[in-house]
Every structure is written in C-alpha cells, then in structure tokens.
Design a protein around this ligand. Structure first.
Ligand SMILES: *[C@@H]1O[C@H](CO)[C@@H](O)[C@H](O)[C@H]1NC(C)=O
Ligand SMILES: *[C@@H]1O[C@H](CO)[C@@H](O)[C@H](O)[C@H]1NC(C)=O
Ligand SMILES: *[C@@H]1O[C@H](CO)[C@@H](O)[C@H](O)[C@H]1NC(C)=O
Ligand SMILES: *[C@@H]1O[C@H](CO)[C@@H](O)[C@H](O)[C@H]1NC(C)=O
Length: 387
C-alpha cells in the first residue's frame, strides 16, 4: 500500500510537485482570442482572422444563426491545430456590419468565446468625370463637382495652386456637397485646382487636379496718357495687356501703323513695349496700342510730346528773354511817341536825371533850341566862309 508514512522523502516531494502542477493546470481558465481584433475589411478584399485558445479545445466559428458555414468567396474556415482556427473573410459589396464569434470548449466542459464585428470599409476615391483640363469664358458661373466614395464618408476639400480654399472666399466657394463654385470667373482665377477626399482616421486620401483656363477678351491699360520725352533720347511706350488667348498687339501712330523695323521702332517680344529710338520732334503724336484676340479687342492711346534738349535747358531763360524784349519794345514805342509829340524821350529824361544834372525841362529845351540855332549859325558861318 502506498502510504505517505513510508515514502522516501524524494518521492514525497515529487508527488507534491505533481499535485501542484495538476491543480495549477486545471485552475487556469481556457480562453479564446481573435487576432486581429479590428474587424474592418476593405470592400472586395480578403482578411484573415485567427482564433487562438489558451489550451486545447473544440474551436469553431459561429454566427448569430449558428455555425459559420464555408461560403466560397466569403467565408473560408480552416483548422490549424487543437488551439488554433482561422477564417478568410471577403466582403465583396457594401453591406451592414455582421458579428461572428469564435467559441471554444475543453474536454472538461470549460468554454470561452469572443466576438468580432465585421464591417466593410472603403478607401476614399474621387469618382465620376473629373477632367484634368477645363476651359471657361470670363464672367461665367463655374461649378466643378467632386464626388467622392469611401466608407466612412470622406471629407472633401479643395486647394488652389497649393493653398486651401475653404468656405467662401470672395467669388470662390466650396459647397457642402464638395463642389467648387466660382462666380463670374476671371482671368486671374486660372490655375490648378485640386480636390482631395480624405478619411483622416485611417490617414487615407485621394486627390485629383483640374487645370482651369479662363478665356477673356483683352483689357488694355496704359500707365501714362501723356508722355514727355527729350529729343535724341529713346523712350518706351508701355501698354499692359491681359487676355486669353494671348492678345495680338499692334501699335498705331495716328492712323498709321507703327512698323517695328528693329531700328527706329523696337517691339518687345510680347508686344507690350514699343521702344522709339532717337526721338525727334517728328515723333510727337498720339500712339495707340490695339490688343486683339478671339474674344474681342481693346485699344488705348497716349500722347507723346518731344521737347528738344535746347528748349528744355533754356526754358526759363527763354521766358525771361521774351519778357525783356517785350519790355524794350514797349519802352521804345513810348520813347518814339514822346519824341514825336514832344521831341523828347524817356531815355533822355532818365539819362539826364541819372547823371544828376536835374535840368528843368523848359530850360533844357531852350538850351537845345539855342544849341540848334548855334549849329545853324555855324553851318551858315561855315557856308559863309565857304561862300
Ligand atoms: C486565405 O487567404 C490567403 C490569401 O488570399 C490564402 O493564402 C489562404 O490560403 C486562405 N486561407 C483559407 C483558409 O482560405
Ligand atoms: C508734359 O509737358 C506738358 C507741357 O509741355 C505738361 O503740361 C505735362 O504736365 C507734362 N507731363 C508730364 C507727365 O510730365
Ligand atoms: C537708344 O537705343 C539704341 C538701340 O537700342 C541704342 O543703340 C542707343 O544707345 C540708345 N540711346 C540712348 C540715348 O539710350
Ligand atoms: C485693332 O486691330 C484689329 C486687328 O488688327 C482691327 O480689326 C481693329 O479695327 C483695330 N481696332 C482699333 C480700335 O484700332
């Protein structure tokens, strides 16, 4: 008989160990777990789930309706070993969430289960006709839809030339349905617009760009309506033209077209700058810049005035000179009148007064008369001598 009393101490300790191991083993509860724990599956893709038991057990997949039946293309189960089963799940269409469970039961009747919710997800994708190039005529109302698919619903945003367009920015706005609207589109609204559909929780994004071209009739702006230039210099007439397609620019002087010969007239490559070389007075006139494209035309004019270097330098001097001449003419006229009426001039009057010899006018006249008579006498005398 086996008795503890007569057991070898070594055997006794072995027995205790065995008992302890058995106790520990049976008291460790069996449990099952599904890996991965995230039941999200991209539509059309297959995801493998495994169910692992902490100890050997009868393992199976079940649905709310009973055991999970293999369904090729949807559920494909496999038993790997006594502690592991797996299932490939393929969700080929958008469908409601479904719960499946992994159940395990040991020989001793212990059981455990874990469930997982299978839900279909979808990457964001911009769908529909999203052309890469669009053309509009200035002034029109533009609406570009950005239809995005994805589960959960992606957030749609627009960027213009790399900068976010949000809500309403003047004439440009983004609608709740994700479409971009541009009221009265203008030439300056041209650019690359891109729509992004993103699902931030998964860091997923789809993006498409559209290049918007705006066609507009030419608009001509002249910085100066009047230009003064000096002769012998070069001057350039500038005409700022916008428009699309690129307007064809021509210049006119009066009614005559300006022929850019590369010598007298040099036209910039875009036609907006006309250089006139070695100006002279004959270059004066009205110059017109005419811009034309398929949508229309516009022209604007400026007046060029050429002042000679000489005129310019002596401008003030000439005026003073003219005034001086006028003054002298008036003086001369007055003097002449005086001389004719009184036989005396202002100059004489001034000169006599300036000399300090303030001689009364009458006396002066008398002296003059006397002088005159003496002269006569002298002449007579001379003649007398001669005679
Ligand atoms: C599950 O799918 C993977 C990849 O498609 C395949 O290699 C594996 O054999 C499948 N397993 C089962 C049980 O169908
Ligand atoms: C050009 O000269 C005229 C007079 O010759 C003057 O009235 C005008 O203000 C000047 N314009 C400029 C832009 O200097
Ligand atoms: C005017 O332009 C011509 C041609 O470009 C150049 O040869 C000349 O030196 C210029 N004259 C002046 C005064 O700038
Ligand atoms: C401008 O140029 C176009 C084409 O050369 C011509 O038909 C039109 O008459 C011009 N317009 C003006 C205002 O000069």
């Amino acid at each position: 008989m086996l008795s503890i009393d007569n057991m070898e101490p070594k055997a006794f300790s072995l027995l205790i160990s065995a008992l302890l191991i058995a106790t520990v083993h049976s008291s460790r509860k069996m449990s099952v777990s599904i890996i991965p724990s995230n039941g999200e599956i991209y539509v059309g893709e297959t995801k493998y789930f495994m169910c692992k038991a902490t100890q050997e057990a009868e393992l199976k997949w079940v649905t709310t309706e009973g055991d999970l039946e293999d369904e090729p293309g949807r559920f494909e189960t496999e038993k790997v070993d006594e502690t592991l089963i797996g299932v490939n799940v393929t969700l080929s269409s958008i469908e409601p969430d479904q719960v499946i469970k992994c159940q395990g039961e040991t020989d001793s009747g212990e059981s455990s289960e874990q469930e997982i919710t299978l839900s279909v997800i979808q990457r964001p994708k911009i769908v529909g006709d999203f052309g890469s190039k669009k053309e509009f005529t200035a002034g029109s109302l533009v609406k570009i839809p950005c239809l995005a698919e994805g589960i959960p619903k992606p957030k749609v945003s627009w960027m213009r030339n790399g900068k976010a367009v949000s809500g309403s920015q003047g004439r440009i706005s983004v609608h709740a349905d994700g479409s971009l609207q541009i009221d009265q589109i203008q030439l300056e609204d041209s650019g690359i617009y891109s729509c992004a559909a993103s699902i931030d929780v998964r860091g997923e994004k789809d993006q498409k760009s559209v290049s918007i071209t705006v066609n507009a009739a030419p608009v001509v702006r002249l910085p100066n309506k009047h230009l003064n230039a000096t002769s012998k210099s070069n001057t350039s007439l500038t005409c700022s033209v916008t428009g699309n397609p690129a307007p064809h620019i021509t210049w006119r002087r009066g009614e005559q077209p300006v022929l850019h010969d590369g010598e007298k007239y040099i036209l910039s490559s875009n036609g907006q700058k006309l250089l006139i070389v070695d100006l002279d007075k004959s270059d004066e006139g009205e110059y017109t810049c005419n811009a034309t494209n398929s949508l229309g035309m516009e022209s604007a004019s400026l007046v060029l005035e050429v002042t000679s270097e000489h005129e310019k330098g002596l401008g003030a001097g000439v005026i003073v000179g003219i005034l001086l001449i006028l003054f002298l003419v008036v003086m001369l006229a007055v003097d002449l009148t005086c001389f004719r009426t009184r036989r005396r001039g202002v100059f004489m009057y001034i000169s006599t007064n300036l000399l300090g010899k303030s001689v009364p006018r009458v006396k002066l006249e008398e002296t003059e008369v006397k002088k005159g008579s003496t002269d006569k006498n002298q002449v007579v005398n001379i003649s007398g001598i001669d005679a």
